[in-house]
Design a binder for this molecule. Sequence first.
Ligand code: ADP
Ligand code: XUL
Length: 524
Amino acid sequence: MAQDSGSGVYLGFDFSTQQIKVIAVNDDSKVLHEAAVKFDTDLPEFKTQGGAHIHDDKATVTAPTLMWVKALDLLMDQVKASGFDFSKVVAISGAGQQHGSVYWKTGAQNTLQKLNPAETLHKQLQDSFSVADSPIWMDSSTTQQCRQLETSVGGPMRLAEITGARGFERYTGNQIMKISQMQAVAYAETERISLVSSFAASLFYGDYAPIDYSDGSGMNLLDIVKKSWSPECLKACGENLTTKLGEPVSSNTVVGKVSQYFVDRYGFSPACQVVAFTGDNPASLAGLAPREGDAIVSLGTSDTVFLWLKEQKAGLEGHIFVNPIDSNDYMALVCFKNGSLTRERIQQESASGSWDTFSSYLTTTPMGNNGNIGIYFDATEIQPLAMGTSRFNKDGEKVESFPPEIEVRAVLESQFLARRMYAELRGMRVGPQTRVIATGGASSNMAILQVLSDVFNAPVYVTDVPNSAALGGCYRAKHGVTGIKFSDVVKGHPEPVCVATPTEGASEIYQSMSERYKNLEQLM
Ligand code: ADP
Ligand code: XUL
């Protein structure tokens, strides 16, 4: 194991939708170790697909809370078996898929504080959750609760002014309101509600870790200017929420020392610190160390576009979060549910399940796809709130199917046109002057990145480490615990490399295609 004995080591975890990942870096930002546990394949007993259970109504989407705990047991055992020396770890931080929530049953705090190092976490925590299935970001079942919350504070724009977003189905406040209404007993038995991020931090801390401002901004509950819970939002979503949520903290807060459980079972130093965990997108912002004006496009299970903002302005589209690195600043984000899983479905059906074939179709079809446009919302999209597939030929007529190579290009062009359109509404400037930094699973596919560059009419960059959220955990751990400037923390960070520039003529083709896309999307 390449472990520099003279240097401090920082661990970053990412509790994402399909897997949990960990990265270890040293003081020079050199990656020492990486590992992952995939929910569907490594924990088949939970019967998830893409890490989730999609319920019969298609709108309700959950993940078994205990699966995440068991995944951590597996991941830690795997890293230990590789010979990794946990005693060198100075600090831990990490990320979680945003918006998902965990309901700790009365008595769970006591269990967390007294974990026995001879037993696994999942065995000891199996009775600690009042709601066994955590609602996650893919859920779109709370439209009624969103409208109720918006009405109670004075309308969607007012909610956006307070919390950075109008009512969105996956936002945690609306999910909490649904649980308080539909599962009143379970809600009453809940002593603490965590986000996936603060839940993960709690496992390491051996007590309830606070929600940080940045991930807390994805709840429709936090006043993002005052940086405290909005009393009117809390009141609308459930009883005793002030107690159940605990005080939110700045994202670089040192929560405390790692629990005795991790010291005894894995050999951590008792001095190792846990820094607040945050959302996966905020953590990626840290992990990519962007320059002012960069736009980040994350192509993971969800597709997101986000950027660092010095100032924010409320709007009905997209979201504003408190910035995870400097809580005086903000970040803007737009999120799309139909990302990698939809591309993967088309890769299965039209490209024989091969990314190589998928990529070759992209290189043999022309920009603009001869005027064909396809829209693929396998799951209910976030904006527009719509589901289904529609294909249109160059004359705007609906068609039943496309040849495989047209289908493959169509899914990418419409996805990237939508990413661009909604990100522009949220203040992103696209064009040759903007560096687009791509990350997430699909950012390893150069043919996909060429389409991204053409549609955005901007150069596309990647970094060596596509797991930017986990890497962001390492940087944030160091930042939190040392207090040194963030720019110094990331000084060893590899400069992103330009891998695609717009093809000649792309700007005109996609300008007119984006007008057509906008109109067609309204028919969904
Ligand atoms: P998560 O959101 O769980 O962190 P990742 O960012 O790791 O997910 O992305 C996982 C996705 O990456 C998979 O669902 C898969 O569709 C996609 N992916 C992996 N390799 C490729 C590739 N070569 N081309 C396109 N997509 C890919
Ligand atoms: C962001 C969002 C998703 C999740 C999962 O608002 O819902 O990107 O964070 O990655």
